[in-house]
Design a protein around this ligand. Structure first.
Ligand code: NAD
Length: 295
């Protein structure tokens, strides 16, 4: 297939390389010259702009920062420029309202489109092991699936247009809440004289356990190897967690859902990012919950 790929950053770079590796003809565009040069080295051909990249494409994949970039790129460079036979896949994490709006505009212009945000970070993008949560019609999902399978290990149909984004941000809201709670629990346990390893051994087998506890423990040297063991480098950046929590709170407000714990987690991550924690893994929140916490 001839696939146009727009947005070759931390995530898109590896995803486009996996499509090229699978034998697709990838035509890449990014505003960053460095990202384009790297994509070329990894098997894609470069296009002068997004509208040129989508000319004659069988599929268009976008991996962009936020809703406004997605809306801009589709309105200015995809609709009316790509053949209407092309399937459109937006893999960025964006707000539900923009995802639905852009998909409606795609439909009106004669295209099939899905929102297909991912779970998994840069390593999963490189390794082709992402999980895709897909919103769109059953037909659009069937057409998108073989392309997504070249970039991921799981491709799940979440429902109609916007449902992929909804699943992504609700899942990450829950993750933000459980991580904040797990950090608090370790801090309190320590202040009450419990050894962190002993508390882990108990809680990871008791009713307080969650993925944040058993698979992504925020305490160095406790549980399986996690970013906590690497100085909180790599992993899932706190600033991206804040972005997802803000999207979840925006969606909750629009839907009239009461999400006090999500709101509290957003507030905690906002403070952490303001204090310079943004690039650190999101489990480093434990350092802010207790400054005296010894790492
Ligand atoms: P990034 O900033 O590294 O990459 C985005 C790329 O888009 C950049 O190279 C930028 O130059 C390009 N871009 C922006 N506007 C453009 C335009 N108009 N035309 C062409 N290119 C344009 O971001 P990332 O980490 O790759 O994340 C991409 C998306 O994936 C985001 O929505 C993010 O929330 C989501 N996501 C990221 C991770 C992660 O761990 N990094 C994990 C899951 C989901």
């Amino acid at each position: 297939m001839r696939i146009a790929f727009i947005g070759l950053g931390n995530m898109g770079g590896g995803m486009a390389a996996n499509l090229a590796k699978a034998g697709h003809e990838v035509r890449a565009f990014d505003l960053s010259e460095a990202a384009l040069a790297k994509a070329e080295e990894r098997g894609a051909s470069r296009a002068a702009d997004a509208a040129t990249a989508v000319e004659g494409a069988d599929a268009v994949v976008t991996m962009l920062p936020a809703g406004k970039h997605v809306a801009d790129v589709y309105r200015s460079s995809v609709f009316g420029k790509a053949p209407t036979s092309a399937i459109l896949l937006d893999c960025s994490t964006i707000d539900v309202a923009t995802a639905k709006q852009v998909e409606e505009e795609a439909k009106a212009a004669g295209y099939a489109m899905v929102d297909a945000p991912v779970s998994g970070g840069i390593a999963a993008a490189e390794g082709g092991t992402l999980t895709f949560m897909v919103g769109g019609s059953a037909d659009a999902f069937d057409r998108a699936r073989p392309i997504l399978e070249k970039m991921g290990k799981a491709v799940i149909h979440a429902g109609e247009s916007g449902s992929g984004q909804a699943a992504k941000i609700v899942n990450n809201m829950l993750l933000g809440v459980t991580m904040a709670g797990t950090c608090e629990a370790f801090v309190l346990a320590q202040k009450l004289g419990l050894d962190p390893q002993v508390f882990f051994d108990i809680s990871s087998k008791a009713s307080g356990q969650s993925w944040s506890m058993t698979s992504y423990c925020p305490v160095p040297g406790v549980g399986p190897e996690t970013p906590a063991d690497r100085g909180y480098e790599g992993g899932f950046a706190a600033q991206l967690m804040l972005k997802d929590l803000a999207l979840a709170m925006e969606a909750a407000q629009a839907a009239g859902a009461y999400t006090p714990m999500g709101g509290e987690a957003e507030e905690l991550y906002r403070r952490f990012v303001e204090r310079g924690g943004g690039p650190k893994d999101f489990s480093a929140l434990i350092k802010m919950i207790d400054d005296s916490w010894t790492m």
